[in-house]
Design a protein around this ligand. Structure first.
Ligand code: SAM
Ligand code: SF4
Length: 326
């Protein structure tokens, strides 16, 4: 069966699957007032998740990232991991988490088949961490990262959103940390969302400035692997860790897009910043619907645009990234 491909020749072998909108943190750039339930949401169940992943795998998906909201708040999170890991076409299974459940669950998730993990740590200063996330959980999250390293994860990545006036003084601490710790740090440029212009203008920090500093300090740009997508990666002979920059405002950011997103309520999002998602849920109820589901996916890909329109301030339907997983 032919792979998922759009009209610009981009192939999509990476699915970011959100399993919940719920989150227990209040990151100031994401859910500053905390999660507010909208009615009684019904997120994809295990059967729907299995059918979804199985259809995507049939048309070339080889990597799945389970995200949210905070995915580990799902009581059946380990079962979700097990179901996706059981699909032999999925070669890479990852999750993105705020680390809240990591300390007690890293080994259980690893044993269920999870192999890569991204933990969000926006500051290495506990007070700043609290200020940004609204939760005084810095030590707990850091113990979680140690537990993940011990559990045997192939890659432990740490995501930090670059925030002017908040964590912009933290770079030396981050660098000191990864000198002797094999962490892949990922600095993510703040993206404008439905939170509005004011927050964005007050805190957006260009990743390009960090890149210049790194290159001046002897960091070298790594060649991009097929799986890397839009991240720019850097390494340094004196450091065990590596650094990745995600700069959605750079030209050509979308040219290497290799991912599709499905929300926790089963909507396909061709881009983080599209105006609306396309419902897939009616076709997730039984494996017999797989052919029809694949047809819908293939048709939808003709609508994928060459780039996002963030530069023009078009943030689409994405009120915050907790709703479709970032
Ligand atoms: N709750 C999990 C976490 O925080 O890791 C997973 C979901 S969260 C939406 C996924 C990633 O998106 C996190 O690394 C978060 O920092 C990032 N993120 C959220 N809002 C963002 C924004 N406006 N700009 C850039 N990154 C953002
Ligand atoms: Fe929650 Fe993640 Fe959003 Fe922070 S970034 S509020 S942890 S979903």
């Amino acid at each position: 069966m032919s792979q998922l491909q759009d009209d610009f020749g981009r192939k999509f072998h990476y699915l970011r699957m959100s399993v919940t909108d719920v989150c227990n943190f209040k990151c100031s750039y994401c859910l500053p007032d905390g999660y507010r339930p909208d009615g009684k949401p019904k997120f994809l169940d295990l059967n729907e998740i299995e059918n979804l992943v199985s259809a995507f795998a049939k048309v070339g998906t080889r990597k799945v990232r389970i995200t949210g909201g905070e995915p580990s708040l799902r009581k059946d999170f380990t079962d979700i991991i097990r179901i996706v890991a059981a699909n032999s076409d999925i070669h890479t299974l990852a999750t993105t988490t705020n680390g809240y459940r990591l300390e007690q669950s890293a080994q259980e998730w690893y044993d269920a088949g999870l192999r890569r993990i991204n933990v969000s740590v926006d500051s290495l200063d506990p007070r700043m961490f609290y200020q940004i996330t609204g939760e005084n959980k810095f030590d707990k999250v850091m113990r979680g990262i140690d537990a993940a390293l011990e559990a045997g994860f192939e890659r432990v990545k740490v995501n930090a959103v670059l925030l002017k006036g908040l964590n912009d003084k933290d770079l030396p601490r981050f660098l000191h940390w990864i000198k002797n710790t094999p962490i892949d740090l990922r600095f993510i440029e703040l993206m404008e969302t439905g939170l509005g212009r004011d927050y964005f203008q007050a805190h957006h920090l260009a990743g390009a400035d960090i890149r210049t500093g790194l290159l001046n300090d002897g960091w070298q740009r790594d060649a991009s692997g097929a799986e890397d997508g839009p991240a720019q990666n850097f390494s340094h002979p004196d450091y065990q860790g590596r650094i990745g920059l995600i700069m959605p405002y750079e030209q050509n950011f979308c040219a290497s897009c290799n991912r599709l997103r499905v929300s926790a309520k089963g909507k396909l999002h061709l881009c983080l910043f599209t105006e609306s998602g396309v419902d897939l849920r009616d076709l997730l109820q039984s494996p017999q619907q797989q052919g029809e589901l694949i047809e819908r996916l293939q048709q939808q890909l003709h609508h994928k645009k060459a780039t996002h329109f963030l530069h023009q301030g078009v943030t689409g339907v994405t009120q915050h990234l907790a709703s479709i997983g970032g």
